[in-house]
Each structure stands twice: as C-alpha cells, then as structure tokens.
Design a protein around this ligand. Structure first.
Ligand code: URA
Length: 208
C-alpha cells in the first residue's frame, strides 16, 4: 500500500487551524472541505486519460479526457460527508456511494447499517472519504464491501491517520493507496488519534 502524505504548505496551514481547541463549526467544516479538495488534486494525479477529437473554435482538436466510467466517491457516515463538497468541487460528475457502520460493543467489530453504491462498481475508481483513519476497522470493512461489489481501483482520502490504523489496513489491503494530510503520533486508549482533531464528526456537524 502506498501512503501519500500531502506535503503542501496550504494543507499544513489549514490542518493547523483545524487543530485549535476552540475552532468553530463553520471553520472546521470549511477547512475539512478545503483540505479534501487539495487531497483530491493529489490523489487524482495518476488517473488515466484518453485522447478524443472534438470540434474546437478553429476546427478539430485533440483533447484529453479522463478515461472510463465516472469515479465514485465513498463517504463513510457520518464524518466523511464533511469532505464531500470539496471533492465534488473538483469531480462534479462523481457518483456518490454511501456506507455507514456502527461498532458492536462486544466484538468491537464494525457492523454495516447502511450501504447504497453506484451502479457498475467494477468499472469505477472509488475514492473513500473519512476525516480520521484511526483503528482502521471501518476502513477495512469499507474496502471489503467495495471489493465484494467488484471494485478493483480503490483509494482513500483522510485528514489525519494513526500509524496503528495504517499498519492494519496495509496488512489486509496492500493494494489500496491512501492520501493523508498528516500521520499523527498514536491512538489513545479509546481509539482517538493524538494529537488528532478530536471527534471530527461532532466538529463538522456542530453536535455535542
Ligand atoms: N474518529 C474521530 O472523529 N476522531 C478520532 O480521533 C478517531 C476517530
């Protein structure tokens, strides 16, 4: 698995603003979207293109178009929705496949409670969205279900990742590339990333 850490001053600056203790809901939401947009630019740089001949203003002209079926983005409920607008700004024709999981408190395993995927998943590149790659459990379950639906080209975009989560996903799905704004130090005893962002879902939705 290739792990790409976005080494861009704008991303570092924006993530720094998101880490402030009293960041407002509006700012956190706007920044999630902005960082997602910048990560999308990075993650899509190797998409295949094909040449098409179109009628330009002075006659026929060859242009490049992204090859294949439209990309599907896959926000993981609920916090992944906070990255969606930024990604759609750059890929307006993307199809949206939504997945949701809760944690079984006995087994601690993610249990799927919602899934609605785009058609013809086997022909699409999937871009999973979640602000936090923490333990990796939900991401592994999401990749499992995308692969079961036939998807073979899968990438993930995250604002902050924990080394423990990356290692777990790498072991199970070494073929999936991930793009992150930062890799932080570690998980705490209840699975939060340190120094991290706190509860990204609550901060995006203004809850709690
Ligand atoms: N989910 C969050 O919102 N924050 C973390 O630190 C880990 C998981």
């Amino acid at each position: 698995m290739a792990v790409h850490v976005a080494n861009h001053p704008l991303i570092k600056h924006k993530l720094g603003l998101m880490r402030e203790k009293d960041v407002s809901t509006k700012d956190f939401r706007d920044l999630s979207s902005e960082v997602a947009r910048l990560l999308t630019y990075e993650a899509t740089k190797n998409l295949e293109t094909e040449t098409q001949t179109i009628q330009g203003w002075a006659g026929d002209v060859d242009v490049e178009r992204i090859k294949g079926k439209k990309i599907t983005i896959v926000p993981i409920l609920r916090a992944g929705l906070g990255m969606m607008d930024g990604v759609i700004d750059l890929i307006p024709s993307a199809k949206v496949s939504v997945v949701g999981f809760y944690r079984n408190e006995e087994t601690l395993q993610p249990v799927q409670y919602y899934v609605k995927t785009a058609s013809a998943m086997e022909k699409r590149t999937a871009l999973i969205l979640d602000p936090m790659l923490a333990t990796g459990g939900t991401l592994i379950a999401t990749i499992d279900l995308l692969k079961e639906s036939g998807c073979t080209k899968i990438m993930g975009l995250f604002l902050v990742a924990a080394p423990e989560g990356i290692a777990k996903v790498e072991e199970k799905h070494p073929d999936v590339d991930i793009y992150v704004a930062a890799i932080d130090e570690r998980l705490n005893e209840v699975g939060y990333i340190l120094p991290g962002l706190g509860d990204a879902g609550d901060k995006i939705f203004g809850t709690k």
